[in-house]
Design a protein around this ligand. Structure first.
Ligand SMILES: C[S@@+](CC[C@H](N)C(=O)[O-])C[C@H]1O[C@@H](n2cnc3c(N)ncnc32)[C@H](O)[C@@H]1O
Length: 279
C-alpha cells in the first residue's frame, strides 16, 4: 500500500466515525509514523508503506476512530507557542487557558516575583509564564504524580529553569510560603454534566475535570486557602466555566478579595476571574 492509498482509506474511516478533522488527523498520524513532513507525504504519495509501519498506523487509526484525542495519540499539544508533551495523567491544555496567561502577564511587572500555579497538569500555564517572564520564580503543584513528572519533563525540554514542580493537594506542601500571584485552572465541571460523555473529555481523567455536584468545590477550596499564601496586594486568577463568573466573583468576595473582575475569552465567554488580597 502507498502513503496516498493509506491516507484515502484512513480519511474515509475517520469521516465515518464522525471525526471533524479527518484529513488533518490522517496526515498527522502518517507523518508521525513515517517521520516525513506533511508536505513530503503529499509530494511523495507513491512511496510504499512498509508492513511494520502499517501495523502501527492501524493501531493508531483504530484508537482515533474510537474518539481518543489526537494529542494523546501523538503525545503532544501546542500551548502558547510551546510544544508540550501530554499524557492521560492530566487534561490536554486548551486555547481558552491562554486568556488566563495573558491576564497574569498584564497584572504584574516583569521584575522578580514568586508565582504559584495550582493544578499545573502538563505545566502549561507555569511554563508559558516562565517563558515570557524569565525573572519570575514559578512553582507548579499537582495532586497527580504523573502530571508533576510530565510538567518537569516539559520544563527540561524547553530549557526553562525558573520553574519547579511538586506533588501537592492544593496548598498542602507549601507551608508558610507566600506569593505575589496565584493562578489556577482547576477542575470545574459538574459531576453530571452531559459534556463528560462527548468528545475528548471522555478520555481525560475525571480528577482533572470534575469538581463536585455544582463544579465549584475546587474553586471554592482555592479561594478559601489563597489568602494564607498571598503577599499583601497579591492577586488570585482563576479559570472557570463560562456560566460560573457570578459564582466565582461571589466566592472571591466572601473570603475578602477586592478589585474583583471577570475577563472574557476569545469566544467572548466569561472565562477568568481575578481578585486582589489587600489584608
Ligand atoms: C483542568 S486541569 C488543568 C491542567 C493545566 N493547569 C492546564 O491548564 O492545562 C486541573 C488539574 O488540577 C489537578 N488537581 C485536581 N485536584 C487537585 C488537588 N486537590 N490538588 C492539586 N491538583 C489538583 C488535576 O490533576 C489536573 O492536572
Amino acid at each position: 500500500m502507498t502513503w496516498q492509498q493509506w491516507l484515502t482509506q484512513a480519511v474515509t474511516r475517520l469521516r465515518a466515525s464522525f471525526s471533524l478533522s479527518a484529513k488533518l488527523d490522517a496526515e498527522i498520524l502518517l507523518a508521525l509514523v513515517t517521520g516525513a513532513t506533511r508536505t513530503k507525504l503529499l509530494a511523495f504519495g507513491e512511496s510504499q508503506l512498509i508492513n511494520e509501519l502499517h501495523v502501527r498506523l492501524e493501531a493508531l487509526l483504530v484508537r482515533r476512530e474510537r474518539g481518543e484525542p489526537l494529542a494523546y495519540l501523538i503525545g503532544e499539544r501546542e500551548f502558547w507557542s510551546l510544544r508540550l508533551r501530554v499524557s492521560p495523567d492530566t487534561m490536554i491544555p486548551r486555547p481558552d487557558t491562554e486568556c488566563l496567561v495573558q491576564c497574569a502577564l498584564d497584572l504584574l511587572p516583569p521584575s522578580r516575583v514568586e508565582v504559584l500555579d495550582l493544578g499545573t497538569g502538563s505545566g502549561a500555564i507555569a511554563l508559558a509564564l516562565a517563558s515570557e517572564r524569565p525573572a519570575w520564580q514559578i512553582t507548579g503543584v499537582d495532586r497527580v504524580l504523573g502530571a508533576v513528572v510530565l510538567a518537569r519533563d516539559n520544563a527540561n525540554s524547553l530549557g526553562l529553569n525558573n520553574v519547579q514542580f511538586y506533588k501537592s493537594d492544593w496548598f498542602k506542601v507549601l507551608q508558610t510560603q507566600r506569593y505575589s500571584l496565584i493562578v489556577s485552572n482547576p477542575p470545574y465541571i459538574k459531576a453530571n454534566d452531559p459534556h463528560l460523555t462527548q468528545g475528548d473529555v471522555r478520555f481525560e481523567p475525571r480528577s482533572a475535570l470534575v469538581s463536585g455536584k455544582d463544579g465549584l468545590e475546587d474553586l471554592s477550596a482555592i479561594c478559601r486557602g489563597a489568602g494564607r499564601h498571598l503577599l499583601s496586594n497579591g492577586w488570585l486568577i482563576l479559570e472557570h466555566g463560562c456560566s460560573q463568573g457570578a459564582a466565582v466573583r461571589a466566592l472571591l468576595a466572601v473570603v475578602g478579595f477586592t478589585n474583583i473582575a471577570t475577563l472574557r475569552d476569545y469566544s467572548n465567554n466569561e472565562r477568568v476571574s481575578q481578585g486582589q488580597w489587600l489584608l
